[in-house]
Structure formats: structure tokens, C-alpha cells
Design a protein around this ligand. Structure first.
Ligand code: HEC
Length: 164
């Protein structure tokens, strides 16, 4: 009897830890739902504290269709991959680009977030564009974003600089 209780409490312990570990592991990954994603990169892991894309400063000159001036932040894990010339951004990696008007007024935020298995046909990127007030303009497997960024799929769909 005592052995049975011991065995079942051991099992509960093991599964309990498994559950907690799964929650922690998943909690590390940003969600692929617009509002929750924005909360993640603004509150949980504030992207403005991340490093800038290698070789780029703040408010550098951009091209159509993004802003006239751009500031691009890279999550630390993505940064390690870019600096290490890994060729791919790891699952969980995020690139946030702030798009500014010629007068340096923030116009929109566009983001690429890599999540393994999310969209294998297009580099497993989740795309989102939102206004400075948080209003979501586009999100998910956005054809417009994908079809243009496809031109650089050999660089893991990233235009700004080499990742390998
Ligand atoms: C017509 C082509 C085109 C479309 C459409 C487009 N982009 Fe881009 N994107 C670019 C170019 C070019 C850059 C490099 C920055 C620059 O010079 O403007 C870029 C850069 C980025 C970056 C910085 C990482 C990188 O790839 O360099 C992000 C993030 C991004 N775009 C997100 C988006 C999202 C989200 C959408 C859709 C809402 C989108 N883009 C639509 C061409 C495009």
C-alpha cells in the first residue's frame, strides 16, 4: 500500500515537473497571435532593449515599401546566429523594424518572427505589421510580405544584411 502511494506520488511528481517544464519552454516562445505577440515584444521582452541589426544605426535610410527611415532591432538569439553567420535565424528569433516618415515620426512597426513548423513553405516566419497605437494592420502568413521577401529566401528571407 505504502509502496503504491509512493509510486503514484513519484509519478505525479515526474508528470508535474514535465508539465511545468513544458509551460516554461512554451512561455519562452512568443505566441503567433497579433495582440499577444505585441504584448510579448513590448512588455515581456521589450524589443527596444535588443541590439540593432549589425552594421545599422538608428534611423538609417530605407526603401519602399517600408519607411523612409528605419530602425531595426534583433532579438539576442537571432543576433548570435547573424554574427555567427549561421545562415538561418533560430526558432524563437525575432527581427523588429520600426518604419519612420522622412520627418522621423514613427509610422508602423513590421516584424518577422521565426517559429519552427509555423510555415515551412516560407521559411517558418510569422509576419506582423502594426500601427504605433498597436492597431494590427496585417499578421500571420501574409502573402504580400512573403512574396516580396521571397526574393531573398537564400538569406533566410532577410533583406537588411547577410545572415551567412
Ligand atoms: C515590395 C517588397 C517588400 C514587401 C511587400 C515587404 N517587405 Fe519587408 N523588407 C523589404 C526590404 C527591401 C527590406 C530591407 C529594408 C529596406 O531597405 O527597406 C525589408 C525589411 C524587412 C524587415 C527587416 C528584416 C529584413 O528582412 O531585412 C522586416 C522585419 C520586414 N521587412 C517585415 C515585413 C513585413 C511584416 C511585411 C508585410 C506586412 C513586409 N516586410 C513587406 C521589402 C519588402
Amino acid at each position: 500500500m505504502r509502496a503504491k502511494i509512493l509510486a503514484s506520488s513519484l509519478l505525479a511528481l515526474v508528470f508535474g515537473f514535465g508539465g511545468v517544464a513544458a509551460v516554461i519552454a512554451d512561455g519562452h516562445m512568443a505566441p503567433t497571435e497579433g495582440k499577444a505577440f505585441i504584448r510579448y515584444i513590448t512588455e515581456k521582452d521589450d524589443y527596444t532593449k535588443w541590439p540593432l541589426f549589425p552594421g545599422k544605426g538608428k534611423l538609417y535610410k530605407g526603401a519602399h515599401p517600408h519607411g523612409a527611415l528605419l530602425t531595426t532591432y534583433v532579438s539576442p538569439d537571432a543576433m548570435t546566429a547573424i554574427r555567427g553567420k549561421k545562415g538561418v535565424i533560430p526558432s524563437g528569433g525575432i527581427i523588429v523594424k520600426e518604419n519612420y516618415s522622412p520627418e522621423a515620426k514613427l509610422a508602423a512597426v513590421t516584424v518577422m518572427y521565426k517559429k519552427a513548423g509555423y510555415n515551412p513553405d516560407a521559411g517558418d516566419w510569422y509576419w506582423i505589421k502594426y500601427a504605433p497605437n498597436g492597431a494590427i494592420e496585417k499578421e500571420g502568413k501574409v502573402a504580400g510580405c512573403i512574396n516580396c521577401h521571397r526574393a531573398v529566401q537564400g538569406n533566410d528571407w532577410v533583406f537588411t544584411g547577410p545572415v551567412k
